[in-house]
Design a protein around this ligand. Structure first.
Ligand SMILES: [Zn+2]
Length: 408
């Protein structure tokens, strides 16, 4: 062995995101891990003397663990299985599937499978929707591995009702303000009263808010009918006090200029989910508008509409969808939006999403041609493939410096 549990020194190529337009690429890199944190990262010749042990050679490139800013862990088992437009997809397939999470045995088995699969795919954290059931959310808390923010979806349409407020508050406090997200599913599944209560709860807890905004044209039209007093879809959430710098809005595809400005003023984040938008034929997020307004955003898989928990697949679809529309996108930006951007959204930019010293040693080994001079081209090759095969493309995932998936 070339390392102890306390200390490990790896030699591999290193690709570390810095910003949407820059990364640090080290063809012959060294990564020193001490007590679960990154102690040093740079050219192997520079890190070596500090390591005081010989390096363990890894055949590939090390990147930070991925952050998935939008997914539904309770839809993991049926990811990519159903299609149709958003509203019929929810009614016909997703609501019945999520109803099964009333059963704790089912919830436990699914939670274990979910966290094992995302680690296998290189994802070490993110923001997740649970079902309406508090017990399933508690089980997810017990089974979670990595840095997850989560919340039970809130709905009050038909017989789908929110949990008892006291019980919800207790579970939310167990996750804490940095771990819980008040999660009204979307405007159409909530009354104005429930949205206002959700806004009050988020302020009281000081936690995150996550919801969906303007995913499909039919949804936008139905929201206008259901909330005639609101100026537009974004205003429905704004009036309820749900928009702020800890709010993450999924999709944001069909927005007006007024709405973009509102999101900017409130400091909201967007979770951009290109693979899901393709699967449900929802349209393309106006990336040019997001850039023009300077709204912060990161990538999400939106499993189960999205067909894969692999952030490599999401990055691939991000590049393909916008390039097809003639918009300039780069592998650099794809990697940043799948790692450091999401970490910053979670308030964890100094902890996750980068291989800088002091960060948690959560990283992923990807296949990489030796002696690569063009990291952008090589990364595009790494993310080529179908949704299922990309879930097992990583050669290893480390959490707190321990190799978890697949075993060494
Ligand atoms: Zn979603």
């Amino acid at each position: 062995m070339t390392h102890t549990p306390d200390k490990a020194f790896y030699r591999a190529a290193i690709l570390d995101p810095v910003s949407p337009s820059s990364w640090r690429y080290i063809p012959d890199g060294g990564l020193l891990v001490e007590r679960g944190r990154i102690a040093s990262c740079g050219p192997v010749a520079a890190v070596g003397p500090e390591a005081e042990v010989p390096p363990q050679e890894l055949d590939g490139v090390l990147v930070p663990g991925f952050i998935d800013l939008h997914l539904h862990w309770v839809q993991h088992a049926v990811r990519g299985r159903f299609h149709g437009d958003l509203l019929s997809w929810l009614e016909r397939h997703i609501y019945p599937e999520e109803a099964r999470f009333a059963d704790p045995v089912h919830a436990r088995a699914c939670a274990r499978a979910f966290f094992a699969d995302v680690l296998r795919a290189g994802t070490v954290g993110g923001m997740a929707y649970s079902s309406i059931h508090l017990e399933a959310l508690r089980i997810a808390r017990e089974e979670a591995r990595g840095r997850w923010v989560a919340g039970n979806v809130l709905m009050d349409d038909g017989d789908r009702l929110p949990p008892h407020p006291a019980a919800l508050l207790e579970e939310a406090r167990a996750w804490g303000p940095d771990g819980y997200a008040v999660s009204p599913r979307f405007a159409l599944s909530c009354s104005a009263g429930l949205l206002e209560a959700a806004g009050r709860l988020a302020r009281e807890l000081g936690c995150f808010v996550q919801t969906h905004l303007a995913e499909s044209p039919a949804e936008v039209a139905a929201v206008a009918r259901a909330f005639p007093e609101a100026a537009d879809y974004t205003d429905v959430y704004d009036r309820a006090g749900l928009l702020g710098p800890r709010t993450v809005l999924g999709h944001c595809i069909h927005l007006s200029e007024r709405e973009w400005n509102c999101l900017l003023e409130r400091g909201c984040w967007i979770a951009h989910c290109p693979s899901s938008n393709e699967a449900l034929d929802s349209g393309r997020m106006d990336l040019e508008a997001v850039r023009r307004h300077g709204i912060p955003w990161a990538l999400g898989s939106d499993v189960g509409a999205g067909p894969s928990v692999s952030m490599l697949h999401v990055m691939q679809r991000f590049l393909a969808v916008h390039a097809a529309a003639g918009v300039s996108v780069t592998a650099r930006e794809a990697l940043y939006r799948a790692t450091l951007a999401g970490a910053r959204c979670l308030g964890a930019g100094e902890e996750l999403g980068s291989l800088r010293p002091g960060r948690a040693a959560h990283f992923v080994l990807l296949p990489w041609p030796r002696g690569t001079r063009d990291p952008g081209g090589a990364l595009r090759e790494v993310m080529a493939g179908g949704p299922a095969e990309l879930e097992s493309r990583p050669l290893g995932t480390w959490l707190w410096g321990r190799r978890l998936a697949p075993p060494a």
